[in-house]
Design a binder for this molecule. Structure first.
Ligand SMILES: NC(=O)c1ccc[n+]([C@@H]2O[C@H](COP(=O)([O-])OP(=O)(O)OC[C@H]3O[C@@H](n4cnc5c(N)ncnc54)[C@H](OP(=O)(O)O)[C@@H]3O)[C@@H](O)[C@H]2O)c1
Length: 353
């Protein structure tokens, strides 16, 4: 087999890492490619699920003795601690790897230090190869580890004129089946789905990740969270159906914010403590407005249907904007057609001051 460059190997490692998206939490996604001393690929691995072998260990097992004198190319700094598995830094040293190339340093104080351990054992360590790309592939985990609360994606569906229901309240369905299938795939990549009690009372959603064609449940279900200050979620609500774990987050349990409702930063801190790294905020408009007003949304995914309603509730209510100068500015990062609808992905711009 022909030799490959470290840069090419890192591109492959980033691809491998992405295979773990949605199943590794509370761990990161990680990919690893092992090159032998001649630069030939002798092992590949990715972290598939929490508690399972780390990417480096999978790649080392494939490489066997050919790892000696070789290069490990890995998307995240190898861990240096014994958790459910042993330290990868030690495993790489024991296998006789001569060089480790890392895309992104590990911000987790519990697991970091792998680079230092490798260097002190005489292994050459290079940091930052394709760092931005690897960072983007692991953005939810890295963001949540750095600041101590989960990465929040607000998802909504609306008509071109921004309506989420008609004047009589009917809303099923605004968008196409193709868009809804895409939403279920998105649910499968996060650790928790969050909705306000208003949505639960109005729509009685299940909030599970499902195959929409046959109704079967995805193997891994996100935690369902209802933000419900005073515990108004009905006892027979579908979110309580036992198909997935559910947390009715009340103000009594989480804490009360300045408006007397559930304290949203405290809610996110508690979710982080429970191992949630990525949250899909599914509305409704009032809860989404409160998250946006508090600057707690990291990414927006809007499904926009080619329809007009002209009246009826909007997808967003009161996000703390009263004049045009206060508008929440966004940067569009992707626009993709899904069936007849558009999926618009945008990032809120950081506000000054
Ligand atoms: N188009 C879409 O993408 C989409 C998505 C979801 C829902 N919807 C529609 O939205 C409608 C419901 O809207 P909604 O605005 O009444 O419901 P909502 O945003 O789901 O829930 C709002 C409720 O959440 C509770 N809450 C708890 N803590 C809060 C906080 N810190 N800030 C804000 N709210 C907090 C409040 O009730 P308590 O004070 O009692 O806690 C509040 O009334 C439904 O008709 C549904 O169909 C549309």
């Amino acid at each position: 087999m022909a030799s490959v460059s470290v840069d090419e190997a890192m591109r492959r490692a980033i691809e491998l890492a992405a295979r773990g998206l949605g199943t590794t939490s509370p761990n990161p996604v990680v990919g690893c490619v092992l090159l032998d001393a001649d630069g030939e690929v002798v092992g590949e691995g990715f972290h598939a699920y929490a508690g399972g072998p780390h990417a480096e260990i999978v790649a080392l097992a494939q490489a066997g003795r050919r790892a000696k004198g070789g290069t490990a190319v890995v998307t995240l700094e190898p861990c240096d601690h014994t958790g459910r598995t042993g330290p990868c830094s030690t495993a790489l040293v024991q296998a006789g790897v001569a060089r480790v190339v890392i895309a992104v340093p590990d911000p987790n104080p519990v697991a970091s230090g792998g680079a230092a351990t490798l260097r002190s054992a005489g292994v050459r360590v290079d940091l930052g190869v394709r760092g931005d790309e690897a960072e983007a592939g692991n953005v939810a985990w890295l963001t949540s580890m750095r600041r101590g609360w989960p990465y929040v994606i607000w998802k909504y569906a609306a008509t071109v004129d921004g309506r989420s229901a008609a004047a009589d309240g009917t809303s099923m369905w605004i968008t196409s089946e193709a868009a809804r299938i895409d939403v279920h795939a998105l649910r499968g990549t996060v650790d928790a789905v969050v909705a306000g009690v208003g949505t639960v009372l109005a729509d009685d959603p299940r909030l599970t990740a499902r195959n929409l064609r046959d109704g079967s449940l995805a193997i891994r279900q996100p935690l369902r969270v209802v933000v419900d200050s005073s515990g108004r979620t009905p006892s027979d609500a579908q979110v309580r159906d036992g198909a997935a774990r559910t947390w009715i987050a009340t103000a009594a349990e989480v804490g009360t914010g300045p408006d007397g409702r559930v304290d949203l930063p405290a809610l996110l801190a508690e979710l982080h403590r429970r191992g949630v790294r990525a949250v899909l905020l599914e509305g409704g408009p009032r809860l989404a407005g409160a998250f946006l007003a508090a600057g707690l949304v990291d990414k927006i995914v809007g499904y926009v249907a080619p329809r007009l309603l002209g009246a009826g509730p909007t997808a967003l209510v009161d996000a703390g904007v009263t004049t045009i100068a206060e508008a929440i500015d966004l940067e569009f990062v992707d626009v993709t057609q899904i069936g007849p609808d558009l999926r618009i992905t945008a990032l809120p711009r950081k506000r000054e001051g």
